[in-house]
Design a protein around this ligand. Sequence first.
Ligand code: PGA
Length: 249
Amino acid sequence: MPRPLFAGNWKLNLLRAGAVDLAGALRKGLEGEKNVDVVVCPPYTALAAVTEVLKGSAIGVGGQDLYWQDSGAFTGEVSGPMLADLGCRWVIVGHSERRSYFGETDEAVGKKLRAAQKAGLEPIVCVGERLDERERGVTKEVVGRQLDGALGGLTKDELRKLTVAYEPVWAIGTGKVATPEQAQEVHAFIRERLLKLSDAATAREVRVLYGGSVTPENVRGLMEKPDVNGALVGGASLKADSFLKIARG
Ligand code: PGA
């Protein structure tokens, strides 16, 4: 079983002072915690301040997105080497908000994850179906297409260095968490897909996180499922006490 990973996606929230306070409280609250990995993904503007606060701690820092070119005339974008230069070791790619509000395709997600790995960052690759897709019974088709589009062609070694997050779009920010059974069904499907793309050892090793309205109250039920290896947390990661409860159990 891979080590559980809990990642906080702060999205478009917090100015530097608030981000520093939250990071400081997490550092304190997670001191001596050896059983789980914890990552926070602040907005770009707070990354430098947060990496400074968390320097020398076990808490990793990640970007929420990146562009696939390292540098050049791409106004507004931030690259993998820039994130790495700030001390990030992680980056979220293909979040459903990027896909739906900013038109990100599976192909773009694939390019971003390759750029992240080239820069030495560990990508957290998000997949998940919309409500209408679940209602039409095409959840696995959608998630399978997203996985193949982003991960197809990666070597086993590259697959081992990424994390997948299953985030049903209907569960994100809605308070409507997937049941542990719903999550497990898709996680097992993701694991099968990883097996097709690699081998049994690799498929077992890749962490598959659940994301979408995770709270301290519902996380244990999800974590009891064999293919759920942690959580990507939005709203509940913005308060130290709730994120600590999620991460520490
Ligand atoms: P949520 O967001 O926990 O607020 O639902 C999760 C995510 O978007 O990663």
